[in-house]
Design a protein around this ligand. Structure first.
Ligand code: UGA
Length: 444
């Protein structure tokens, strides 16, 4: 049994959700960050991010004293037997992951540890990073003339934004990558709540665990690109991609998940991880043809949406286009790599004027799209964007866009053309209200 104390370095999205949920599993958590304001906020009982269900679990564990927040990394490392590294790995200029923060934490561990530690990597890192972390710790220990024992473990996370608490507390699997039996035993204790609940555990070596994370994200991204490519063919041959995906998904070997055609995938993970794995492979002289094709197909899908709009509206000069949804998916204000960031600039370059609304994403959109600000009007609600617009384009499937008052939509639009880039509506339904329906991969 380990000493039941875990420090988690980094209180970003993964670190905070992980910390709060590991506390819920009965561990004592010290969450560490260099950002003093953030730590003060968390100690006051305020959460810096919005994630469904997080507040409840956080408040309960804070009140019960199972989690605390500090900037004192030295004491946190000394006190705990397990140290999770949950700092960011932002993409560097060339698309590879920037490991500076991860390696900084490794050197702090080497500087301050005075006992055996299990160092757990939760950040998504290139294959081989676990060994680098171990080397940096060794180096620091050597500088101090110390020889404390430690193990490095890769324990990738599979959290989705908007479902992170559910995904952490009810995972499909827990992956533990280390050759050390002692570290495996300790991680089994850390995740005891899941282990005794029949959650599958995959014990493997460091590199395999690091690979599993990239392989999973790259597969899901490629699956989306696969159906998105077929959506173009479906349009050309009068087939319905929704039905194709549904029927394909009935085959248990395929599964219907992540087979929804749309304007292309976005977010902080799929684009970053697919280009990172392609770069890793390139560095090793291995060509990942399928994954590279998936990346290219995703770029093409975003542009295909623009062609679709231009194809129907003709010359876009002076045309007003209403946009519903800016964030990369619903229930988040995250705009990173959102398809809207390609579609809107392309429409503007072709001469269009944009009016846009998103329940959470406007603030971020304003700075991400600042080069185009004179041609974009941000609206206060979904109906405002439609006023006198030549077409309506639904980019993100927020729930409130699924139940639009369609007679009002028809009344407000100058031309009753509805591009449904998430296939939320049925053609027949819109036509009943006098709206022309244009979906993705569905018969015109
Ligand atoms: C993704 C993975 O789903 C998580 O398992 C993983 O842990 C996470 O990345 C990560 O590496 O941290 P996330 O980026 O939050 O999670 O979002 P998803 O719900 O996976 O959606 C990603 C994108 O794919 C969105 O733009 C979404 O609209 C798009 N998508 C998803 C489709 O276009 N079609 C689909 O069928 C599913």
């Amino acid at each position: 049994m380990y000493n039941n104390k875990i420090s988690i370095i980094g209180t970003g999205y993964v670190g905070l959700v992980g910390g709060v949920c590991l506390a819920e599993f009965g561990n004592n958590i010290i969450n560490v960050d260099i950002d003093e304001d953030k730590i003060a906020m968390l100690n006051r009982g305020e959460i810096p991010i919005y994630e469904p269900g997080l507040k409840d679990v956080y408040e309960r564990n804070l009140a019960d004293g199972r989690i605390r927040f500090t900037t004192d990394i030295e004491s946190a490392i000394k006190e705990s037997e397990v140290v999770f590294i949950s700092v960011g790995t932002p993409p560097a200029e060339d698309g590879s992951a920037d490991l500076q923060f991860v390696l900084d934490v490794a050197s702090s561990i080497g500087k301050y540890m005075d006992d055996y530690k299990v160092v757990v990597d939760k950040s998504t890192v290139p294959i081989g990073t676990g060994r680098k972390v171990a080397a940096v710790i060794e180096e620091e220990l050597a500088k101090r003339g110390k020889e404390y024992e430690f193990d490095v473990v890769s324990n990738p996370e599979f959290l989705r934004e908007g479902k992170a608490v559910q995904d952490f507390t009810h995972p499909d699997r827990v992956v533990i990558g280390t050759e050390s039996e002692k570290a495996r035993q300790i991680l089994r204790d850390v995740y005891r709540a899941l282990y005794i609940n029949n959650t599958p555990f995959v014990f493997t070596n460091l590199e395999t665990a690091e690979m599993i994370k990239y392989a999973s994200n790259a597969f899901l991204a490629t699956k989306i690109s696969f159906i998105n490519e077929l959506s173009a063919l479906c349009e050309a041959v009068n087939a319905n991609v929704q039905t194709v995906a549904e029927a394909m998904g009935m085959d248990g070997r395929i599964s219907s998940k992540f087979l929804h055609a749309g304007p292309g995938y976005g977010g902080s993970c799929f684009p970053k991880d697919t280009s990172a794995i392609a770069r890793i492979a390139e560095g090793k002289g291995v060509e990942l043809k399928v994954i590279s094709a998936g990346i290219a197909a995703n770029e093409a899908q975003k542009l295909r949406m623009v062609d679709k709009i231009e194809g129907r509206l003709g010359d876009l000069k002076g045309k007003k286009i209403g946009i519903l949804g800016l964030s990369f998916k619903p229930e988040t204000d995250d705009m990173r790599e959102s398809p809207a960031l390609t579609i809107i600039p392309e429409l503007i370059k072709a001469g269009a004027l944009i009016s846009a609304y998103d329940p959470q994403g406007i603030e971020e959109a304003v700075w991400r799209l600042k080069d185009y600000e004179k041609d974009i009007t941000y609206c206060n609600n979904e109906y405002e964007v439609m006023k006198k617009s030549d077409a309506l384009v639904l980019i993100t499937e927020w729930n409130q866009f699924r139940r639009l008052d369609l007679s009002k939509v028809k009344e407000l639009l100058k031309q009753p053309i509805f591009f449904d880039l998430r296939n939320v509506y049925e053609k027949e339904e819109l036509e009943r209200y006098g709206l022309e329906y244009i979906g993705v991969g569905v018969p015109a």
